[in-house]
Design a protein around this ligand. Structure first.
Ligand SMILES: Cc1ncc(C[n+]2csc(CCOP(=O)(O)OP(=O)(O)O)c2C)c(N)n1
Length: 627
């Protein structure tokens, strides 16, 4: 009989023997592999923490005890053990189960997360709240070694270590971020991991001693204690001890019995933060994910037997295109260097790193540092390009203002995954990029309509001396609106893609294509649209705005981002300044977080599909004609 279907909540896990927990682990892995192979999602990270999650639910009393998973991409086992088996098959689908912790889904999820390195801060806050209220439950943060390259972890540990707050941090160390973990800290973890062979020796000694009648057990305890003392002196953890944490480890993160013992021990340690170091294997239990953890970190649907993608995906990533363009530009200009924050594959820089290893920097999950590092490189005479998902770039808001724009340095941020991103949902949509950037002085902001314009944008940025952000969506958009006829894109100038005399559609990025398609639909209704590609969102083409006002063309702005502080809002401000009428309509995302699901469904929910844009304009046009 299968065990997993009998698990209705963590209390059922507690009833299982260690052997049964092992079987449960295998069933959970199978269920995860099965589901992700159909729905896509984070595979290797989830397989790696199955045993660890079972051990956590065995020892802690969730939701009274609070489990906080860093990033949150590794919570599939947690979801399966906390009453969500029924919806697991809907993973990442529209109105289905989220791929990340989600408060609306379960009382076992404490925060909706998706960004890295926040769990220790969140857990410390919960622990302090508990102490202020005189409660006594446990708070546990589960943090990966990749996440540990993010500075916020150290801000939180520095703070936690100054007091006597009871808090447990579980370090899930698999040696991997998305790709191989980078920097000095992973080397430090590696040194501790190497000492785990010593730990194996301890286990073997203990097993032998236990076989000796009468004296064996007390002797084993004495020797174990002595070795533990020795271990804390010799096998590392000193960094965490220096930060005020009690360090326990390293332990085998796939040995449920051992983890149970360690967690139970940790629960008894009073008035101090504790860090438990577990060693896990990313992709554990599925050979292909174990041997290619980077490929299976996040995956689209695939065939379990071969690991090959299911079906043919027509949507090539824009990141690949951006990476190739950067290689071309770097081979023409020796000042060009490229940076990533632990996402060289995701942002298309893998090939660049091979062509120009000495001009490529992976800084770990440290977007803030990356931006300020760019400032230093630019001040030193280089042209840094930092390729980063728009959502993670949010981290570096102040660094962008203070270290880059205030200094007016030629740093370029390639904001990949601008706009809605689909299945990953609200933590990952890159919809705040314009509200974030439009108020920064000196900054050039470009939102190219397709891959051809992306290349033109990157080239335009290298020809000038100011900071720049270039945003482009996750999927490549093939060139569709004619070529630039050899003319370079001009910063501060917009391009009319289609002429018309009834209404002007002003759009950027993917929405320019939707505006073109809406214009074709409206043409059939006798409404002639002018379509303007507003790639240069900052500076705007004020001359063209004046011209449109003079022609008394009603203006409709279309953007795939938050309306507050976005392109439409800025156009409205400029029109007001020029004494012209406000835009007739501003289309975009209203004041809320958008859910997860397939892209067309999300765009439809936001009213941004071409047919919907056309309908809204038609309705407005009809209403105005009647007035
Ligand atoms: C601020 C931020 N930058 C980048 C990412 C993208 N990202 C998601 S998971 C991950 C690697 C995390 O590694 P680790 O914490 O070791 O977890 P593992 O997947 O190895 O279990 C990265 C870089 C993110 N979620 N948040």
């Amino acid at each position: 009989m299968q065990i997993l279907p009998t698990i209705t909540g963590p209390e059922d896990v507690k009833k299982l023997s260690v052997e049964e927990c092992g079987t449960l682990g295998e069933e959970i892995r199978q269920c995860i592999i099965d589901t992700v192979s159909h729905r896509g999602g984070h595979l290797a990270s989830n397989l790696g923490v199955v045993d660890l999650t079972i051990a956590l639910h065995r020892c802690f009393d969730s939701p009274k005890d609070q489990l906080i998973f860093d990033v949150g991409h590794q919570v599939y086992a947690h979801k399966l053990l906390t009453g969500r088996q029924g919806i697991f098959r809907t993973l990442r689908s529209y109105h289905g189960m989220s791929g990340f912790p989600c408060r609306a889904e379960s009382e076992h999820d404490f925060f909706d997360t998706g960004h890295s390195s926040t769990a220790i801060s969140m857990a410390l806050g919960l622990a302090r709240a508990r102490d202020l209220k005189g409660e006594d439950h446990h708070v546990v943060a589960i943090v990966g070694d990749g996440a540990m390259t993010g500075g916020e972890c150290y801000e939180a540990m520095n703070d936690a270590g100054q007091g006597h707050t009871r808090l447990i941090v579980v370090l899930n160390d698999n040696g991997m971020s998305i790709s191989k973990n980078v920097g000095a800290l992973p080397r430090y973890f590696q040194k501790i991991r190497a000492s785990a062979s010593w730990y194996g020796t301890k286990k073997r000694v203990k097993r032998r001693l236990l076989k000796i009648p009468l004296v064996g057990k007390p002797l084993a305890t004495i020797i174990e204690n002595a070795m533990n003392m020795l271990k804390s002196v010799t096998t590392g953890g000193d960094l965490f001890e220096a930060l005020g944490f009690r360090y326990l480890g390293p332990f085998d993160g796939h040995n449920i019995e051992e983890m149970t013992r360690v967690f139970e021990e940790a629960k008894k340690i009073p008035d101090t933060p504790v860090l438990i170091h577990l060693i896990t294997v990313k992709g554990e239990g599925y050979d292909l994910a174990e041997s290619q953890p980077e490929k299976f970190h996040g995956t689209s649907p695939f065939r379990v037997e071969t690991g090959l993608k299911r079906g043919f995906s027509s949507s090539k990533s824009a990141a690949e295109a951006a990476g190739s363009i950067l290689i071309k530009i770097a081979s023409e200009d020796s000042r060009v260097v490229a940076l990533t924050a632990a996402m060289s594959q995701g942002t298309g820089l893998d090939a660049f790193s091979k062509y120009f290893p000495e001009r490529f920097f992976d800084v770990g999950i440290a977007e803030q540092h990356a931006v300020t590092l760019c400032a230093g490189l630019a001040r030193g005479g280089f042209r840094p390009f930092f390729a980063v998902y728009a959502t993670f770039f949010q981290r570096a808001y102040d660094q962008m203002i203070h270290d880059v724009c205030l200094q007016d340095l030629p740093v370029c941020v390639l904001a990949d995954h601008t706009g809605l991103v689909g299945d990953d949902g609200k933590t990952h949509h890159g919809v705040f990029i314009l509200p974030m950037c439009l108020s920064m002085p000196n900054l050039v902001v470009l939102m190219p309509r397709d891959m051809q314009e992306l290349e033109a944008a990157i080239r335009a940025v290298t020809r000038q001396e100011h900071p720049a952000v270039i945003g482009y969506p996750k999927e490549q958009i093939e060139p569709y609106a004619g070529s630039l006829d050899g003319h370079s894109l001009e910063i501060g100038h917009w391009q009319v893609l289609r002429s018309g005399e009834d209404v002007a559609l002003l759009a950027c990025s993917r929405m320019t294509k939707h505006a073109m398609e809406a214009a074709t639909l409206l043409e059939e209704q006798g409404i002639h649209c002018e379509v303007v590609d507003c790639c240069s969102v900052k500076p705007m083409d004020e001359e063209m705005l004046r011209h449109l006002s003079a022609r008394k063309l009603p203006i409709v702005t279309i953007e795939e981002g938050q309306l507050e502080g976005g392109m439409g809002a800025e156009i409205a401000r400029l029109l007001a300044e020029q004494g012209g009428p406000a835009p007739a309509m501003m289309l975009g995302i209203d004041d809320r977080f958008v859910t997860h699901g397939a892209m067309p469904l999300l765009l439809e929910e936001c009213g941004l599909m071409p047919g919907q844009i056309a309908e809204r304009i038609l309705a407005w046009h009809d209403a105005n004609r009647q007035n």
